[in-house]
Design a protein. Structure first.
Length: 453
C-alpha cells in the first residue's frame, strides 16, 4: 500500500504525465456522458423493449462495445465499430492495391493520407448502419415514443434524416475523442474507448449473475463463488497470453552504449508468442458484425439460413468462424507489425548474429520461421479464450456475465489495461522513478491500440 501511494505521488510530480492522465479522464467522461444523451425525438422512458432486445445475443455484444449507448438510443449508439471496420478494409486494401502499398511506404505523409481515407470510409459505413439502427428503433418502440416527429403511422422523414446525421456525427466525434486521447492523453485512444465501454457493462453483468444465483434454491451462492474463482484463473491465463514472450539468444560481437564498447555480451531478441496483441480479436469481431450491418438491426430476429447461423453467437459455426478469423488475423497482424528483414538488418548493423546462421537474408528467414512457429500456438490459444464464453453459457452462466470469461471483452480489457500501465511506467522510468511493478517491468505492447490521427 505504501509503494502504491508513493507511485501515485511520483505520477503527480511528473507534469507531462499528470496532464496526459487528466486529459484522458476528461475525454473518457465526455464519452460516457454522451452515451446517455438520447436521440432528439425519442422518449427515454420508453426504451424498455430496446434494452430487453440487447440484453443478450449478438446485439447484446454490440451494446457492450458501445458501453450501453446502443440500448440507450444514444447519439453515440453506433460507437466506434464503424471506424474499426473501415480500418480493416483499408489495411486489407494495402495488401492488394498498389496505391495503398505506396502510401504505406511514404512515412508520415502516407499515414496521414491513409487516416483521411479511413475517416471518409467510416462516414460511409456509419451512414449505411444508421438507417438500420433507426429501423430497429421503429420496430421496438411504439409510435408514442417518437415525439414530436410522429406522423399517423411512423416517425416522419425529418426524424429519419436528423437521426442519421446525428448518428454519423456521433461516431465521428467518438473517433475524434480517440485521436485526442492518443495525441494528448496516455495513448491507444480507440482501444481505450472500447475498453471503457466494456468496463461500464461489467457491474450490471456481475449483479445480474449474482442475483440470479441468489434466487436459486440450494447452493446458488457457492456456485457463484466457484464462478468467481474460475474467472480469476481465466484472467491470469489471459494476462500470461497477452504478456507471453519467447527469447531467441543472439551472441553480439560487441555492444555499443554511448561511446563505450563491450564485447562478448549475450543478448536476446524478444519475440512475442502473441505479437499481434488484441487487434485480431477486435478485427474478427468487427467482421462478425457484418450480417447485422447487411440485413439491418431490425431484422436480426427474423434471419434465416447463413445469416441466422452467423448471428447466433452461441452456435457452433459462429464460434468456429470467429476462431478461424482470429487465427488468420493474428498471422496477418503479426506479418505487418513484425518485419524479419528489418530485425535482421538491425542485428547486422549492431554487429549481432544468430549462432550458426549467416547474417542478412538467412537471419531474416530464420526469424520469420521462428515467428511462424510460435505464432500458431499463440493464435490457437487466443482463439480458444475468445470462444470460451460459449462453453460457459452452456453450463448456465448469465449471457452478459459469460462475456467476461475470456472472449472479446476480457482480452481487450487485459490487453488495453496492460498497455496503459506500460505507458505510465515508461514515463516513470524515463524520470528515474520506480516502475509500477517492483518485481519487474510490465510487459505490454504499445502497438496494440488502434491509433489514428
Amino acid at each position: 500500500m505504501k509503494n502504491l501511494i508513493q507511485t501515485l505521488k511520483n505520477i503527480y510530480k511528473i507534469e507531462d504525465l499528470r496532464t496526459r492522465i487528466i486529459y484522458t479522464i476528461g475525454f473518457i467522461l465526455i464519452y460516457r456522458f454522451g452515451s446517455f444523451i438520447v436521440l432528439p425525438g425519442v422518449d427515454p422512458n420508453m426504451l424498455g423493449n430496446l434494452r430487453h432486445q440487447t440484453s443478450d445475443g449478438l446485439l447484446g455484444l454490440l451494446n457492450m462495445f458501445s458501453g450501453g449507448a446502443f440500448s440507450n438510443a444514444s447519439v453515440f449508439a453506433l460507437g466506434i465499430m464503424p471506424y474499426i471496420s473501415a480500418s480493416i478494409v483499408v489495411q486489407l486494401l494495402g495488401l492488394a492495391i498498389p496505391y495503398f502499398q505506396k502510401l504505406q511506404k511514404e512515412g508520415e505523409s502516407g499515414r496521414k493520407k491513409i487516416n483521411q481515407i479511413t475517416r471518409y470510409l467510416t462516414v460511409i459505413i456509419t451512414a449505411g448502419q444508421a438507417p438500420g439502427y433507426i429501423a430497429n428503433l421503429r420496430s421496438q418502440l411504439p409510435n408514442e415514443a417518437f415525439y414530436p416527429f410522429t406522423t399517423d403511422a411512423s416517425p416522419g422523414t425529418f426524424f429519419w434524416l436528423t437521426s442519421i446525421i446525428i448518428l454519423v456525427t456521433g461516431t465521428m466525434f467518438v473517433m475524434w475523442l480517440g485521436e485526442r486521447i492518443t495525441d494528448k492523453g496516455i495513448g491507444n485512444g480507440i482501444s481505450l474507448i472500447i475498453m471503457i465501454g466494456i468496463i461500464a457493462r461489467l457491474p450490471f453483468a456481475f449483479m445480474a449473475e449474482f442475483f440470479s444465483r441468489i434466487e436459486e434454491q440450494g447452493g446458488g451462492l457457492v456456485v457463484f463463488l466457484v464462478e468467481i474463482v474460475f474467472l480469476v484463473l481465466v484472467i491470469i491465463a489471459t494476462i500470461l497470453l497477452v504478456q507471453g514472450t519467447r527469447k531467441i539468444p543472439v551472441q553480439f560481437a560487441k555492444r555499443i552504449v554511448g561511446n563505450k564498447q563491450y564485447g562478448g555480451v549475450r543478448q536476446y531478441i524478444p519475440l512475442k508468442v502473441n505479437s499481434a496483441g488484441v487487434m485480431p480479436i477486435i478485427f474478427a469481431q468487427a467482421i462478425m458484425f457484418i450480417p447485422l450491418t447487411i440485413v439491418g438491426f431490425a431484422n436480426v430476429e427474423s434471419l434465416s439460413g447463413v445469416a441466422a447461423t452467423l448471428s447466433n453467437f452461441n452456435g457452433f459455426w459462429y464460434n468456429f468462424l470467429f476462431a478461424f478469423l482470429i487465427i488468420a488475423f493474428t498471422y496477418f497482424y503479426t506479418a505487418i507489425t513484425v518485419n524479419p528483414t528489418q530485425i535482421a538488418d538491425d542485428m547486422k548493423k549492431n554487429g549481432g548474429f544468430v549462432p550458426g546462421i549467416k547474417p542478412g537474408k538467412k537471419t531474416a528467414d530464420f526469424v520469420d520461421s521462428v515467428m511462424s512457429k510460435i505464432t500458431l500456438p499463440g493464435s490457437i490459444f487466443l482463439a480458444f479464450v475468445a470462444i470460451m464464453p460459449a462453453f460457459v453459457r452452456i453450463i448456465g452462466v448469465n449471457s452478459q456475465f459469460a462475456q467476461f470469461y475470456g472472449g472479446t471483452s476480457l482480452l481487450i480489457l487485459v490487453g488495453v489495461v496492460l498497455d496503459t500501465l506500460q505507458q505510465i511506467e515508461s514515463h516513470l522510468l524515463m524520470r528515474h522513478y520506480d516502475g509500477l511493478m517492483k518485481s519487474g517491468r510490465i510487459k505490454g505492447r504499445t502497438s496494440t491500440g488502434m491509433t489514428a490521427g
